[in-house]
Design a protein around this ligand. Structure first.
Ligand code: HEM
Ligand code: HEM
Length: 396
């Protein structure tokens, strides 16, 4: 052994080895205990993608910092076995999370992935045509079996490490133990290639994470009403003081959101309700709930399918005075499906200013929202309430 040769792994390799070993064991436990809980699924996917990143970085690190040679007295077949186990670990450390990513990409549920609640993570490219139950179940099965292969290899790996620690050729375990477990002898070599290993992997993963940002672009304002001819209204909406919000329940917890971008045309005179009409066009891409996972999910095919249907429209007709307020029929057209429900509202007109407060309840199932991922409304309740508050000025 040359003077500078070390019989120890670098501190970075050691840190990665133990951190990843602990996370892998935790991930297997988590995979078995997700209990249909969305928070756990998201955590599983977040740590899994992180582990895939770390596996790439670790592999690159290993190329830049080759492992110390195995003890000379170790039989050749044991050296080969040890190498094969290490290679198999790398295949699994990349293959299992990659398989998980493929699984969620082809899943009929099409649930979005948001890493640690912060970073929108895209589905694997070119998988859109493969979405389906059979492939999803097959990949889920292989993914779960992969965990058992890790467990089997771990048994061999630990047995080997322990045998060679206490057997004839001592010191194999010490190669991988942090220096704080006894004085490292000889000390580890200075490490090389950190930028190559971590910088390179980080760039690759940042580029993937940027895909959803680039794909969504900045929403263009809905400048003019599309669809049937716009009404020649007699009110101008004050958008800064108006809001269209929606609320519902996810896993028993309430959520609310607003549409940031919409326009409305209003033709309304309390003395001529028979002629009253309201038409609003809503930019479906502008739905914001304050939770990234919901925002990303809403854009998906299953929900608003914004790439194909960036607009939804609401038409109000059949106005009636009821008590101190009004009732109308609200027809919501979303993804080419039109559903009519009653809308109740109050309207106060003082001078040329009108203040509106309106509520309507929709069934998301009737609107074909989330019908493949949750037709039984086990996660997302069927009832969605739309609430509109606003101010408008009478046109001169
Ligand atoms: C090293 C990383 C990972 C390990 C060790 C791991 C392990 C597991 C295990 C043991 C299960 C339970 C399988 C069963 O019930 O038979 C599971 C399920 C699952 N994993 Fe992973 N996983 C990893 C990464 C990922 C990633 C990156 C994703 C997605 C981006 C993912 C998505 C899933 C999903 C969706 C399920 C539920 C499958 C089902 O419907 O049964 N996993 N995982
Ligand atoms: C799932 C958990 C584990 C995985 C995936 C894993 C993976 C690996 C890999 C890939 C290497 C080669 C070095 C490298 O490229 O970093 C390695 C080396 C090593 N591991 Fe693990 N390991 C795990 C758990 C353990 C445990 C629990 C022990 C404790 C007995 C252990 C002891 C060692 C030792 C002593 C070495 C150095 C062996 C040598 O130089 O040939 N590992 N491990």
């Amino acid at each position: 052994m040359s003077a500078e040769a070390s019989s120890r792994y670098t501190s970075v390799a050691i840190a990665l080895h133990w951190a990843m070993a602990a996370l892998l064991v935790f991930m297997i436990w988590l995979g078995w205990n997700m209990d249909e809980n969305e928070v756990r699924y998201q955590l599983h996917k977040s740590i899994g993608i992180t582990l895939m990143f770390l596996a790439f970085a670790r592999l690159a690190w290993r190329f830049a910092n080759p492992p110390p040679p195995l003890p000379e007295g170790m039989p050749a077949y044991e050296k080969t076995a040890s190498h094969l186990v290490h290679i198999a670990f790398y295949v699994l450390m990349i293959g299992i999370p990659l398989g998980g990513w493929f699984m969620v990409s082809v899943s009929p549920f099409q649930v979005s992935t948001v890493l640690f609640g912060q970073v929108s993570w895209p589905h694997l490219p070119f998988t859109e045509g493969l979405i389906g139950e059979t492939l999803y179940e097959f990949v889920a099965n292989v993914h779960g079996k992969g965990a058992w292969v890790i467990i089997g290899l771990l048994a061999l790996h630990v047995a080997g490490a322990v045998k060679h620690e206490f057997g004839a050729e001592d010191g194999v375990l010490k190669r991988m133990l942090p220096g704080l477990f006894g004085k490292p002898n000889p000390p580890a070599l200075p490490a090389r290639g950190a930028l190559f290993a971590f910088g390179g992997s980080l760039l690759l993963f940042a580029a993937i994470a940027a895909v959803p940002l680039l794909a969504s672009g900045s929403p263009k304002p809905v400048s003019s009403l599309s669809g049937p001819a716009a009404l020649s209204g007699n009110w101008d909406v004050d958008y800064s003081q108006s809001e269209i919000s929606f609320s519902g329940q996810h896993e028993g917890k309430p959520f609310t959101g607003v549409f940031g971008n919409w326009t409305a045309d209003i033709l309304f005179d309390p003395d001529a309700l028979g002629e009253a009409r309201v038409r609003a066009v809503v930019d479906t891409r502008s739905a914001k709930t304050g939770t990234k996972l919901y925002d990303d999910s809403l854009k998906g095919k299953e929900w608003f399918n914004v790439s194909q249907f960036p607009e939804a429209s609401v038409d109000l007709s059949d106005f009636k005075a009821v008590g101190s307020g009004y009732e109308a029929t609200a027809t919501l057209t979303l993804k080419d499906v039109a559903v009519s429900v009653p809308l109740t509202f109050t309207l106060e007109i003082s001078g040329d200013t009108a203040s509106l407060d309106a509520t309507a309840a929709f069934s998301r199932k009737a609107l074909n929202l989330g019908q493949s991922s949750d037709p039984g409304a086990s996660w997302v309740a069927d009832a969605v309430t739309v609430h509109v508050t606003g101010k408008a000025q009478r046109q001169p």
